[in-house]
Design a protein around this ligand. Structure first.
Ligand SMILES: CC[C@@H](C(=O)O)C(=O)SCCNC(=O)CCNC(=O)[C@H](O)C(C)(C)COP(=O)(O)OP(=O)(O)OC[C@H]1O[C@@H](n2cnc3c(N)ncnc32)[C@H](O)[C@@H]1OP(=O)(O)O
Length: 253
């Protein structure tokens, strides 16, 4: 159990999982990942029309893996064991039975972008920035979010985002097709209502049907093996000199 992952159900018919660790920019520790996955399983059996994933605070949606747990001193085998549970959670999330929406209340980095990519749709506060920065850290995405990115946007754009590993603002992220729209800080509650309304106005069987059809086209069971391969490749890169140098500022590295 982790106190840093919260779960709410709203009368309008949707659920919301909130990463609640703003002082660490909602970075995901191993405990948080376990709790996140447990909540996803619980949520599957509820009659929801949509599931929202967001972060607490105004700074960050999610800064990726907690670099105290995912430190550069891990062996490849240890890195694989640490990374794999979030791959399993993201695979579940990508095949969740009803539409899923990432509400980026702030910046997303590394695994935070992978988490958002595992959702069907992404909306972000205007000042948010997005970075698949793993390439700058001497590694590659380690939770299967790279494989998912190829399913969400044009493959050449996905490749560009991953290999360049740079930071995008919301306007650029919309152009890639990764982000569907922005939320204004002054009207955040109304904007969220507007985003959710088209989902909540349908009945549950409708939203389940639309989601099932999408999953059949875009998130085949075989994607799981591609995501496993991604975890393995990231683990093999783990702890190289560039990685150690990039994580120097964090404990245990
Ligand atoms: C492991 C999986 C792998 C993957 O598969 O992709 C990854 O996720 S690799 C991790 C990639 N993530 C990063 O490199 C992000 C690092 N963080 C940032 O770039 C910035 O924090 C931010 C997200 C852009 C926000 O910037 P800002 O608002 O200026 O906050 P600070 O940088 O001052 O951070 C505040 C506080 O939080 C701690 N922090 C931030 N990110 C992490 C993290 N990933 N793990 C652990 N702790 C993190 C940071 O150290 C600060 O702590 P204090 O100095 O003690 O206040």
């Amino acid at each position: 159990m982790s106190e840093y992952v919260k779960w709410d159900i709203y009368d309008q018919g949707y659920g919301m999982i909130t990463l609640h660790r703003p002082e660490r920019r909602n970075a995901l520790s191993l405990d948080m990942i376990e709790e996140f996955h447990r909540l996803l399983w619980e949520a599957r059996d509820l009659d929801l029309k949509a599931l929202v994933i967001t972060g607490a605070g105004t700074q960050a949606f999610c800064a990726g893996g907690d670099l105290n747990d995912f430190h550069a001193g891990l062996s490849s085998q240890e890195a694989f064991s640490a990374l794999y549970p979030m791959k399993e959670a993201l695979y579940e999330l990508s095949r969740f039975p009803v539409p899923t929406i990432a509400l980026l209340n702030g910046h997303a980095r590394g695994g935070g972008c992978e988490l958002a990519t595992a959702c069907d749709f992404r909306y972000a506060a205007e000042a948010s920035t997005i970075g698949f920065v793993q390439g700058e850290l001497g590694i590659s995405p380690g939770w299967g979010g790279g494989a998912l990115l190829y399913q969400r946007i044009h493959p050449l754009k996905a490749y560009e985002m991953l290999v360049q590993s740079r930071i995008y603002d919301t306007e650029e992220a919309i152009q890639t097709g990764w982000l569907q729209g922005t939320i204004r800080e002054e009207t955040i509650a109304e904007d969220i209502d507007d985003i959710l309304q088209p989902f909540l106005s349908k009945n549950i069987d409708q939203v389940k049907h639309f989601k099932q059809q999408y999953v059949k086209q875009q998130i085949p069971i075989s994607l799981s093996a591609d995501m496993d391969d991604e975890v393995r490749r990231c683990s093999n890169l783990w702890g190289n000199d560039q990685h150690k140098e990039a994580l120097k500022g964090y404990k245990k590295s």
